[in-house]
Design a protein around this ligand. Sequence first.
Ligand code: ATP
Ligand code: MG
Length: 568
Amino acid sequence: SRCSSETFHGHPRLLSSDVYSQYESIRQGKQEIPKYFNFASDVLDKWSEIEKAGKRPSNPAFWWINGKGEEVKWSFEELGFLSRKVANVLTKECGLKKGDRLILILPRIPEWWLVKVACMRAGIVIIPGTSQLSAKDILYRLQASKATCIITTDKLAPAVDSVVSQCQFLKTKLMVSKGSREGWLNFTELHGDKADLFPDHSCIKTRIQDPMIIFFTSGTTGSPKMTQHSQGSLGFRPLLSERYWLDLTPSGMIWNTADTGWILTSIASFFDPWVFGSCIFIHNLPQTDSAVILNTLCRFPVDALVGAPTLFRMLVQNDLSKYKFMNLKCCMSGGEPLNPEVMEKWKSQTGLDIHEVYGQTEVGIICSVFKGMKIKPGSMGKAAPLYDVQIIDKNANILPPGQQGEIAVRSKPIRPLGFFSEYLDNPKKTAESERGDFYVTGDKATMDEEGYFQFIGRDDDIIISSGYRIGPFEVESALIEHPAVVETAVVSSPDPLRGEVVKAFVVLSPTFLSTDPTSLIRDLQDHVKKTTAPYKYPRKVEFVKELPKTVTGKIKRNELRDKEWGRL
Ligand code: ATP
Ligand code: MG
């Protein structure tokens, strides 16, 4: 299988990729990192040439379906000319120039990919946002970023219009829609059939350090922060990594179900597959419906699936023996810790492992269980190539294996490629993220003798009860093993005696809804006492219909905690 170690160390697959191999001497340190780099001309257009020369398998570059019979398939060449058309729309019709900022809020539709490539061709800085944003969220993003252009759908256009009077920088509004709306340019018409057939657009030259994309963080712990990445940090970094989280090839096909607003989609559904000439597969998934996802895996030759743990938690609720996946070989989960129980359930029913990826908007993938690597349940793998990841203490001392501390990535003397340039307009936050020679993640973990990291929790999520330090994730993972528990979040709750105690919010499986709550609570508590150290058991348990989550699907423990402590 592709996940086995057979080709892992030698990497014949990776090295066979033409675009990748031209950077070999830089990887070996024989040549410096180039001064100029543009993902569109240096990667995508190269694949287009390779394809034309008949040297790439007949695999689309992009394959999109919507479940209603519509389908879009592009080769690299088609992606090239369509995105040049869009680049012309942006520079001519919209008057955008290199360095201008554009907010892109689209669901998983092909236009999202076209606009992104077009922005790279024109040097426009992209700010992706999820379609779940409210008018207030959009206002915050427009004001904070000073974007001059927004591209969205007719669904969100009214929300934009409701706040537009407060956004003095916004000049151009573009709508992807069949209809029209006053004050909005129609994207679909501008780049559609009526536009020039073979548009002429020469890709702009960008320095590798020029800004390319600004992400707002998930906002799990406060206001989302503007995280700026350069042309090279997401586009060039994968070209330097001989050992990589997805062992992709030009015949591979990857499907990532994350929302377009999230960095994971930019990494797993844009840069990384295209560096290796793989096909990006997308189902537009208006709702995340497990049957749709499972059936799609049976009907399309997807070989790698990437999603947040919620995806896998949802999928394992199904009888998976009914489904026969066409080509699936590798599954990756990231964004939140994945419960070992979910991993086991998935493995026992599908035969497939779930590989964990741990990362942040700020620095991308920090560690991962790379293909072919031994899997240790509960561990999120080893440091990503090019990053020196350590566990450090308050004074930036590196801690020995087994000791709890903060996950940190060495950032000095040379800031590694892959790092955000800064939190825009927030030098204070940028400075707070530095400690000694390191960038600190704000996450607690341990590292073992073999260099595997075990996630404990976000700094603020750690519960201190009667002097014990308890990471919520371990308690959650114990709870989720119980058949009654679908999802759970564990936070601290005030207690007159102990200061704070462990409290679990639990979403029950439908079959347990009628069980007597008092005995069920006792049952759950006993279960945790048996599976982890007894002091970690939740003294308080509350059953809820759902858990509060960020738009990227992460559990907002801080919201539950604030409620417990009467801080809301
Ligand atoms: P904000 O910084 O605005 O509060 P956020 O930190 O949730 O939001 P992201 O950059 O999207 O924004 O998320 C990164 C964080 O997600 C990490 O710092 C970590 O806490 C968590 N995370 C990501 N992947 C994993 C994983 N595999 N296991 C455990 N935690 C993870
Ligand atoms: Mg964060």
